[in-house]
Design a protein around this ligand. Structure first.
Ligand SMILES: [Zn+2]
Length: 77
């Protein structure tokens, strides 16, 4: 086990923001990234995205970003 000085961990909130991420994913932050803002910048390079909802910000990993059929704000076709 390696001990790392993690300032903040940004983990995926899952496709709906209510369920756990099926991949239990977290952004692999660069060693120099100590704030949520910096870690999210690292994540964007890997395809992570954020979704703004009332009251909070959801972090979505590349897998959940494409799992849109379960998201409440996405209309069913
Ligand atoms: Zn996810």
């Amino acid at each position: 086990m390696t001990v790392r000085p993690i300032g903040v961990e940004v983990a995926c909130d899952g496709p709906t923001g209510r369920d756990d991420c099926p991949n239990s994913a977290a952004i692999p932050a660069a060693i120099t990234s100590l704030t949520a803002r910096q870690v999210r910048a690292d994540g964007r390079a890997d395809g992570w995205t954020t979704r703004r909802t009332p009251g909070r910000l959801l972090d979505l990993c590349p897998n959940c970003r494409h799992a849109r059929t379960r998201a409440p704000e996405e209309p069913t076709r």
